[in-house]
Design a protein around this ligand. Structure first.
Ligand code: MIC
Length: 653
């Protein structure tokens, strides 16, 4: 039987298990991607494993998140990462060189290869026919050590694209349409594969937009075929040699199927505060905005900036609007300079920031209180912008630029009437300027011998976690609803991100968005432990393992939820928190914040089956929850963390 692209990629890297939907499979990982906000922890974990050099074909470390240097913390981390790259044999992309996902696609992406990244948007590389998966840092450290990455074999969901996008509508509107149809958990345990004639009009960076935000649908990954467009992309990057055609066989089938006629799409917008809260721009137009933001890994292409530039060219943005432009990379900045687009932006009033993630993760550029910010970024979870009462709307660059001009949410199609403007349809030039100067090559193993890791005072070693106890009385310290994101569990922002290398310190901010008293309450129970309750899709969003490590350090032993987001569930297991599932909604309804849950004989219960019985000491009721841990995951939970398991394994080699 014929294979689709996802199946071909999986098959060629399968080292454990069978390609049966739901079965645990092990995949060999050719490449790893780490960024600074998660990478410091990855390097500390890699160090803890005691392996001298990375075992992958290629590992690259980017510094793109923690760029503001308001004191020693972020620069300490940068130097630590530089030294770790030299010692362990990874590429180092210097601060200001650009956002990991697009830079990786341009410089190192290779059709047919696998990539695991400690950033949830790593699937963006699926744009050029790679199988790229986001994961927690520890899983990436394991891949750097040459270990296969384990997932449950996902379903493959084929999305056939037909037609061509109308003027003023672009790739962001395609993925927002998917989110409008399927919401933030619509593709859990699925790989989305786009195919069909509609692909011809989507460049590789357009595909990157769609693959990047497949994460917002909860997908394990997104893939596109490696076709002539991919060859051309690699040629422009001076790397045509890396091209290899990968297409679905003619008789390939999909587990799920869907069709999008691109010519029927219109500008879309995701309202606060969920990427799934999508409506046509028309429905919310006319509302006054404070900020228009262009950039991030969700709209990283030359065309995204050039389109915005051509829209504002010759005009001034509205005097109320902060028009923040975050170039993707030094290379794109250089190309925008060469073509004159940068000047169009600056003349129109754009505030040009250094190449990086910046405000996308609240590292600067926070909006004014309660004011609308339209952004081309991938997510708008509450408070992520750095402003607690924020109102972030996700849009295409066209909608962002149109709104910057008018000072209100504007459907870009109206520019034709309002400004007598033709659709710019900007495209990347055929010959581009290539700049690799800020990518530092790994040094040889010989040279790396004797090199030391440069650990400033901000880099604190990982705490050790004790094994799972057999009996617990755990108070429910917090009960939450559905779709709680990792931004709510472990917030980002310029104040908190610099503590990513310091678990005890960053733990002070856990659940700060949800309940400001959480940290103080948690400290009372740190030794005896506590439980936390959530609804469906618990832990959606980022791959940050800090959303598991910090709650664990505070004393979380058990989480109970209706369902978990894939990466967060794995991070919980990696750090010894037992992720239990409610068997029915009634138990969720009957457990209240403050109740004490009594677990007895817990180790035996989880070893001998999937059911876990426990009692509510306050009501006397008993419930049965379940776990879906594999034997491998069970070991981690029982021994307190995956690190203990790995240490034991390496000690016996
Ligand atoms: C994000 O977009 O949420 C982040 C910041 O890139 C995260 C990684 C992190 O928390 O460091 C992600 O997507 O995984």
């Amino acid at each position: 039987m014929g294979k689709n692209v996802a199946e071909k990629l999986i098959d060629s890297h399968l080292v454990e298990g069978e390609m049966e939907v739901g079965e645990e499979i092990g995949l060999e990982m050719d490449q790893t991607l780490t960024q600074d906000a998660t990478g410091t922890m990855v390097m500390l974990e890699f160090e803890a494993m005691g392996i001298p050099r990375v075992q992958t074909e290629l590992s690259a470390q980017y510094v793109d998140h923690n760029l503001i240097q308001s004191d020693f913390k972020n620069p300490d981390d940068h130097l630590f990462l530089r030294s770790a790259c030299k010692k362990f044999g990874a590429w180092y992309s210097r601060p200001g060189n650009g956002v990991s996902h697009p830079v990786h696609q341009e410089r190192f992406g290779e059709p047919g290869k696998t990539l695991i990244g400690s950033d949830s948007h790593s699937p963006a590389a699926g744009a050029i026919g790679m199988l790229a998966i986001g994961a927690g840092g520890l899983d990436v450290a394991m891949a750097m050590a040459g270990k296969p990455y384990t997932i449950n074999m996902p379903e493959v969901w084929g999305v056939k694209l037909t037609g061509e996008l109308p003027d003023w509508v672009s790739a962001k509107d395609v993925i927002l349409t998917m989110l409008e149809r399927h919401d933030v958990d619509g593709a859990v345990n699925q790989i989305i594969e786009y195919y069909g004639p509609g692909l011809d009009s989507l460049s590789c960076m357009d595909r990157h937009v769609i693959a990047n935000m497949g994460t917002e649908l909860g997908a394990t990954s997104t893939v596109f075929p490696a076709d002539e467009e991919v060859r051309d992309f690699l040629r422009r990057q001076g790397r045509e040699d890396a091209f290899r055609e990968i297409r679905a066989d003619d008789d390939a089938t999909y587990d799920e199927h869907e069709e999008i006629d691109l010519s029927e799409l219109e500008p879309k917008i995701a309202k606060p505060s969920s990427p799934g809260n999508v409506v046509p721009v028309r429905e919310v137009e006319g509302q006054e905005i404070y900020q228009s933001y262009v950039g991030s890994s969700a709209n990283p292409g030359f065309r995204d900036f050039a389109s915005a530039a051509e829209i504002v060219d010759g005009y001034q943005v509205h005097d109320r609007v902060s028009f923040d432009v975050n170039p993707t990379s030094r290379q794109i900045l250089e190309n925008l300079m060469n073509t004159g687009h940068l000047q169009m932006l600056t003349r129109a009033g754009a505030r040009i920031h250094q190449a990086g993630c910046n405000g996308c993760i609240g590292m600067g550029q926070a909006p004014a209180t309660g004011q609308i910010s339209v952004r081309t970024v991938p997510r708008n979870f509450p408070g992520r912008s750095g402003t607690k009462e924020d109102a972030v709307y996700l849009v295409s660059p066209e909608t962002a630029a149109a709104s910057a001009l008018t000072g209100e949410i504007t459907d870009p199609r109206d520019l034709a009437d309002l400004y007598d403007m033709e659709y710019p349809n900007a495209q990347e030039p055929d010959e581009i300027s290539i700049n690799t100067d800020q990518l530092v090559e790994p040094v040889s193993e010989e040279e790396a011998k004797g090199m030391e890791l440069e650990k400033g005072p901000n880099v604190v070693s990982l705490p050790e976690f004790e094994e799972l106890q057999d009996s617990f009385d755990l108070p429910v310290l917090l009960k939450m609803g559905d779709n709680i994101s990792t931004d709510e569990i472990m917030p980002a922002g310029s104040e908190i991100l610099p503590y990513r290398s310091n678990i005890p310190k960053i733990s002070e901010f856990v659940f700060q968005q949800v309940d400001e008293s959480f940290f103080d309450r948690a400290m009372e129970y740190q030794d005896n432990g506590f439980a936390v309750v959530g609804g469906t899709n618990y832990g959606q969003g980022s791959s940050r393992e800090h959303a598991a490590i910090a709650p664990r350090w505070l004393g979380t032993r058990v989480k109970l939820a209706k369902s978990y987001a894939r990466i967060h569930r794995q991070n919980l297991a990696n750090f010894g928190i037992l992720p239990l599932l409610f068997k029915d909604d009634e138990a969720y309804d009957r457990i209240g914040q403050g109740d004490t849950l009594q677990f007895r004989n817990l180790r035996d219960q989880i070893k001998s089956g999937t059911d876990v019985e426990f009692t509510n000491a306050d009501t006397g009721e008993s419930y049965v929850a379940e776990h879906d841990l594999s034997d491998r995951e069970l070991k981690m939970v029982l021994s307190g963390s995956q690190i203990s398991v790995v240490k034991e394994e390496f000690a016996t080699v």
